[in-house]
Design a protein around this ligand. Structure first.
Ligand SMILES: O=C(O)c1ccccc1NCC(=O)[C@H](O)[C@H](O)COP(=O)(O)O
Length: 332
């Protein structure tokens, strides 16, 4: 059974049926339960759909993405797109996320750091019980982070779009990445209205047609984009997109989002592939993400050709996140 997402339906460039089928096959994550959600309220009645194994999520990423479809219905009821779009019109200008990373790399001779404001995760549970997002963000900034990443997913990461807004309102000047599982343009508007300067798009979730559409839509909203891959095949696919005139950087997630396994060697494998070579030739900034705990890890990721790093757990679990940033970047 084939499921076309709404973004594909809205996509501007027409695509042949063959191309669309190919893109669908390349993305292992199913965007919705094939037989529908277990139960659906409809007025006074509730439709229950018998559950088969085929209708259960195959991994955590699928579970999160299926949840997003339900979450988005409620979000749109609470705050319609028209309201968000009005908020964006009066929002302050966004900041140059990719530029800040490049500038930091030039200045300190180390990868530009995206420090993640992350309370919990599906793989680690609660990482920082004493969680004050604004305090952590300010400490990261004082320590020398070039940019921040803020988890906004509530159910699996105990994050919030409110944290983005609070961090921005508190006067933190470093550009902010909205770390969300984006499947629809509505979430871009929500991110921008909450104070984000950039958004994450995950290639394991989004076929190229959706990536192309969402990159265009994000840039139009004033948001830069970090497109994340986990495998050489995903990077090869993403590189087929015409991204030269877009505000885009790339990232290699060393965490397999389907199994939670973290392997920093993944960074080398991908950067040494011919797709990795192409990244360098085309001049895209690449971030190494996940499982970065020590200055040696930073040096390793840099040696593969990455100009940026995204780090969560190893910084957020420290009592003094400012000192943790300085230690990681050997700035202390
Ligand atoms: O972190 C998880 O358990 C996780 C599970 C499912 C989807 C995404 C997940 N994490 C997102 C990330 O990749 C990390 O937050 C980010 O790269 C920082 O990683 P780390 O430094 O290892 O906290």
């Amino acid at each position: 059974m084939r499921h076309l997402s709404r973004c594909q339906a809205l996509q501007t460039a027409p695509q042949s049926a063959d191309e669309t089928t190919l893109e669908q096959e390349e993305v292992m994550i199913r965007r919705r339960a094939p037989d529908g959600v277990p139960q659906q309220p409809c007025g006074a009645m509730t439709f229950k759909i018998p559950q088969t194994d085929e209708n259960k999520p195959r991994n955590i990423l699928e579970e999160i993405v299926w949840w997003k479809a339900q979450e988005l219905v409620r979000m749109k009821e609470k705050q319609p797109l028209t309201r968000l779009s009005m908020l964006i019109k009066s929002a302050p200008p966004s900041r140059d996320f990719i530029g800040a990373l490049r500038e930091a790399k030039e200045r300190i001779g180390k990868p530009g750091l995206i420090a993640e404001v992350k309370k919990a995760s599906p793989s680690r549970g609660v990482i920082q019980p004493d969680f004050d997002p604004v305090k952590i963000a300010k400490a990261y900034e004082a320590g020398g982070a070039a940019c921040l990443s803020v988890l906004t997913d509530a159910k699996y990461f105990q994050g919030s779009f409110e944290y983005l807004a609070q961090i921005r309102a508190a006067g933190v000047a470093t550009p902010l990445l909205c770390k969300e599982f984006i499947v629809e343009a509505y979430q871009l508007f929500k991110a921008r209205a909450s104070g984000a300067d950039a958004v994450l798009l995950i290639a394991a979730v989004l076929p190229n047609a959706d990536l192309a559409y969402l990159i265009k839509a994000a840039n139009k909203c004033g948001l830069q984009v970090l497109v994340e891959v986990h495998t050489v095949a995903e990077l090869e696919r993403v590189l087929k997109l015409d991204m030269e005139s877009s505000q885009v950087m790339l990232g290699i997630n060393n965490r397999d989002l389907q199994t939670f396994k973290v392997d920093i060697e993944n960074n080398r494998r991908i950067m040494e592939s011919s797709a990795g070579q192409q990244v360098k030739e085309r001049g895209f900034l690449m971030a190494g993400e996940s499982g970065i705990f020590t200055p040696e890890h930073v040096a390793f990721v840099q040696s593969t050709g990455c100009g940026a790093i995204l780090v969560g757990e190893s910084l957020v679990k420290e009592g003094d996140p400012e000192a943790a940033v300085k230690r990681l970047l050997s700035l202390a």
